[in-house]
Design a protein around this ligand. Structure first.
Ligand code: IDP
Ligand code: MG
Length: 147
């Protein structure tokens, strides 16, 4: 069965949006396989965003993921693995476009995200493909945590 990684980013945590976001994910009919509060080191953030290596905005994306924005300095996020048929595409559809300004208003990013201080504060990360999901789950979870 297909798995996907979901990370609740610091903007959503600081706005107390975790519950409403997970509620929307649960309505997709997927099963929660793993959940944790995760500390975001510089190293893990770089590994997670390896696909953005060389992009000029990577340092700001990493600081943002580490909770270093809006005067907040809490280096923790909430990580989940959800499983189900077409889990990756279902969650991505619920998220909407990467840029909250372009995301449809009924999507999570469209409803709750914003562009602020030069950063897309888009509330949630979700894997883009099933292959990406396997790579990313391996970064954030030990195999025995995701059975
Ligand atoms: P995704 O999160 O929708 O999969 P990716 O292209 O994988 O989008 O980019 C990862 C993250 O990097 C985005 O969620 C966003 O926070 C940030 N990002 C992507 N493209 C840009 C950009 O052009 N400017 C600033 N930040 C960006
Ligand atoms: Mg991506």
């Amino acid at each position: 069965m297909e798995k996907t990684l979901i990370l609740i980013k610091p903007d959503a945590i600081s706005k107390k949006l975790t519950g409403i976001i997970i509620d929307r994910i649960e309505h997709l009919g997927l099963d929660m396989k793993a959940a944790k509060v995760a500390f975001v080191s510089e190293e893990i953030a770089k590994e997670h965003y390896a696909n953005l290596a060389g992009k000029p905005f990577l340092p700001s994306v990493i600081s943002f993921m580490r909770g270093d924005f809006n005067g907040i300095k809490d280096h923790r996020i909430y990580a989940f693995v959800y499983e189900g048929e077409n889990a990756v595409s279902k969650v991505r559809a619920a998220l909407g476009a990467t840029d909250p300004a372009k995301a449809e208003p009924w999507t999570i990013r469209g409803a709750f995200g914003c562009f602020k201080d030069g950063v897309m504060q888009n509330c949630v990360h979700a894997s883009g493909t099933p292959e990406e999901a396997l790579r990313e789950i391996n970064i954030w979870f030990k195999p025995e945590e995701v059975l």
